[in-house]
Design a binder for this molecule. Structure first.
Ligand code: 6PG
Length: 247
């Protein structure tokens, strides 16, 4: 395990999402105490809605939300009202229930064309936000998921964005999905203060063990290593089953 990483394994899925929600709110308060704002980048897929429901259920009244800026670590090339939209999912299960004002919400401008402009404009939005707060583009917390092929955000195996060393946001062609994706790059992810991988379910046990149980870097998620931050891995017992057995 890398020196700036730590693992939490929760017995049940419900406990996983409740503990992750508590962790996010704790990090949010720390950020606001230190810099007056909490910058968070949300992820996509099927895992986040369970987290969002735990945040709304247990932390709806938290004072952090009025000083939180919401971004996305990746997005599909669809409008927010599309079922595949990561922003649309968050708007439905988190942003709207928390009555967050739209000035605090920075969705990926997927309506721009061509796709490269979407990435460039989102990078500008991120840079402008941090510049206005006299800060470098360094997120307080970036939420990430883990795909069964070891991808995270939309940094899929054997795709061009894996090799990006300068840009903070990339338009990434995903051959296996026959689709473009907009994604944070490793330079942006690895300059964050806190990364939170949230992984649930027995279907992830194999990739969890490969990503954390082997030293060779075969999988994109293994390249997440915040230089001046912490990387937390939160699992339920199903997702960590092989990791535990191998311990
Ligand atoms: C996306 C995600 C992606 C996701 C993983 C895990 O837009 O699909 O950001 O990286 O986090 O694929 O997805 P699940 O949570 O559905 O397992």
């Amino acid at each position: 395990m890398k020196k700036n990483s730590h693992i939490e394994i929760l017995p049940t899925t419900q406990e996983l999402f409740e503990k992750a929600a508590d962790f996010i709110v704790q990090k949010g308060q720390e950020a606001i105490d230190a810099r007056g704002v909490f910058t968070i980048a949300l992820s996509g897929g099927s895992t986040p809605p369970k987290l969002y429901k735990a945040l709304v259920r247990h932390h709806k009244k938290s004072k952090i939300w009025q000083k939180t800026a919401f971004f996305w670590s990746d997005e599909r090339p669809v409008k927010p009202d599309h079922a595949d939209s990561n922003a649309g999912t968050a708007l439905k299960y988190l942003i709207t229930p928390l009555t967050i004002s739209q000035e605090q919400v920075f969705t990926v401008p997927t309506d721009r064309i061509p796709i490269q402009r979407v990435a460039d404009d989102y990078e500008d939005d991120i840079s402008d936000f941090f510049h206005q707060h006299n800060m470098d583009p360094r997120f307080d917390l970036i939420l990430l998921g883990l795909g069964e092929d070891g991808h995270t955000a939309s940094l899929f195996p054997h795709t061009p964005a894996l090799n990006e060393t300068k840009k903070l946001v990339a338009a990434n062609w995903i051959e296996k999905l026959n689709s473009w994706r907009i994604t944070f790059t490793f330079p942006l992810i690895n300059q964050s203060r806190q990364v939170l991988f949230l992984v649930s379910g027995k279907n992830k046990a194999g990739i969890v063990n490969k990503v954390l149980g082997t030293k060779d870097k075969h999988y994109p998620a293994q390249n997440v290593n915040p230089a001046f931050g912490d990387c937390a891995w939160y699992f339920d017992s199903e997702a960590a089953a092989l990791l535990i057995r191998g311990a």
